[in-house]
Design a binder for this molecule. Structure first.
Ligand SMILES: [Ca+2]
Ligand SMILES: [Ca+2]
Ligand SMILES: [Ca+2]
Length: 429
């Protein structure tokens, strides 16, 4: 890697955080601009501590690839959603609705049809010059819009053992608290075999991931937990979001109404595995979101309220990683505030769309780490929940139904002081 790239990524994160509000202000015609450079404890970008020099170099190579915009000569498309990872995951923080992804399908007797012959489940609504983009088919009964999640700390979630998730799951609500986390269970595919195989041969230490439960694999990444690990998520993002092929997904995504004819004309694979691995390593080695005001009295009081509430049954405060080939991630305790399980969130959050074994009303518990930094990454306003419909923490809780209805009622019953304390705590995450 040439030297300038080693200096660039960190400054670029700051620059983007600074420029995004301006871009959004220009697009939506509002006057509020962020003026200050974020302090260290407000930065999402940054490395996990304890990486070796070669690991830091690989992280920086992945960071540069994450930022790299693809053009027609690089194999972009023929249909795609955006041209770089970072255009959606700005500054590694949560995404803005301007860069959302649309997925669709339709309900059929006994199940859900992701409508592959109509280009489903993901809408690639842009195309390279001379090729036709996809359009949302009118027959779709379920349409969801997904906002990019923050990507910091994901290596820790990737390194949690399957057995931890199996222990947290309570599919039949045996303990009778109205909360029944379920594993996302996915029928094995050749892609699963490849991504588990590559992770194992690379480290020899991931034997506690890739377990079969009743013949199916456990999913953990994505809003419906449909990706089994970060390597799968990264290869799929190149493929579905940018139209970039790799050895793992070697056929270009095309508009089925148009077919291969006049495709991107660039031979597959469009990125080598070294790039996919570097970006995956970058995703794995981003530090966890920093806390702020953790020791303030109101925050501590809010922490006690949260820990004793049903919120913490889904937003599990503390998890532990299993064995990892990356020493910095090996058997570490961390605080993501998720159980990585699926929960029925009730009719209001049911878009009629689903993936894998999840119901249309089920979503993977959103991690709450970095919650207090969401607004600055999203142009000054929080956009919470899978589609960004909630502009504040209170609004997000207001949409909690189904298994979470009782905890919403508990929140609504708090007195003004307790409510202020709980919100102070959540904003400190
Ligand atoms: Ca392509
Ligand atoms: Ca499509
Ligand atoms: Ca191609």
């Amino acid at each position: 890697m040439p030297l300038p790239l080693i200096i660039a990524p960190d400054r670029r994160g700051r620059l983007l955080r600074f420029l995004l509000p301006i871009l959004i202000a220009t697009l939506v015609g509002c006057d509020t601009l962020l003026t200050a450079t974020p302090a260290e404890d407000e930065e999402l970008a940054g490395l996990v501590p304890g990486l070796s020099a070669p690991q830091r170099a690989l992280h920086l190579r992945g960071d540069a690839e994450f930022a790299r915009p693809f053009g027609m000569a690089d194999g972009l498309g023929p249909v795609f959603v955006s041209s770089s990872c970072e255009s959606c995951h700005v500054g590694d923080g949560k995404g803005h609705p301007l860069f959302a992804i649309t997925r669709f399908g339709r309900a059929v007797p006994g199940g859900f049809d992701p409508m592959p012959s109509d280009g489903g489940p993901q809408l690639q609504d842009r195309a390279i010059l001379g090729y036709l983009a996809e359009r949302l088919p009118t027959a779709a009964t379920g349409v969801t819009r997904l906002l990019a999640p923050a990507v910091s700390g994901l290596g820790f979630l990737d390194a949690v053992d399957d057995s931890t998730l199996q222990r947290l799951a309570d599919p039949t609500d045996v303990d009778g608290d109205g909360i029944s986390g379920r594993l996302q269970l996915l029928d094995p595919t050749p892609l699963h075999a490849s991504v588990f195989g590559l992770e194992q041969s690379g480290s020899g230490a991931t034997d506690t991931r890739g377990t079969l439960v009743g013949g199916r694999h456990i999913g953990r990444f994505g809003k419906k937990a449909q990706a089994v690990n970060l390597l799968q998520q990264v290869a799929t993002a190149y493929h579905e979001d940018m139209g970039i092929t790799s050895e793992l997904l070697p056929l270009d995504v095309v508009n089925p109404a148009v077919g291969e004819a006049g495709g991107d004309g660039v031979p597959e694979p469009e990125v080598p595995m070294s790039v996919v691995h570097a970006v995956t390593f970058y995703m794995k080695t981003l530090k966890v979101p920093p806390r702020r005001r953790a020791d303030a009295a109101d925050v501590r009081a809010g922490e006690a309220l949260f820990a004793a509430s049903a919120c913490a049954r889904c937003h599990v405060p503390v998890l532990r990683t299993g064995r990892s080939a990356i020493a910095a991630l090996d058997r570490q305790t961390f605080a993501p505030f998720t159980d990585l399980l699926l929960h029925d969130m009730g009719p209001e959050l049911d878009d009629g769309y689903t993936e894998g074994s999840a119901l249309t009303s089920e979503w993977r518990t959103a991690p709450l780490w970095g919650l207090g930094l969401a607004a600055s990454a999203q142009g000054g306003t929080m956009r919470l929940l899978h589609d960004g419909r909630a502009a504040s923490v209170e609004a997000a809780i207001g949409f909690h139904g189904g298994e979470a209805a009782a905890s919403r009622a508990w929140f609504n019953g708090l007195d003004a002081t307790q409510r202020r304390q709980l919100l102070a705590y959540l904003h400190s995450l």
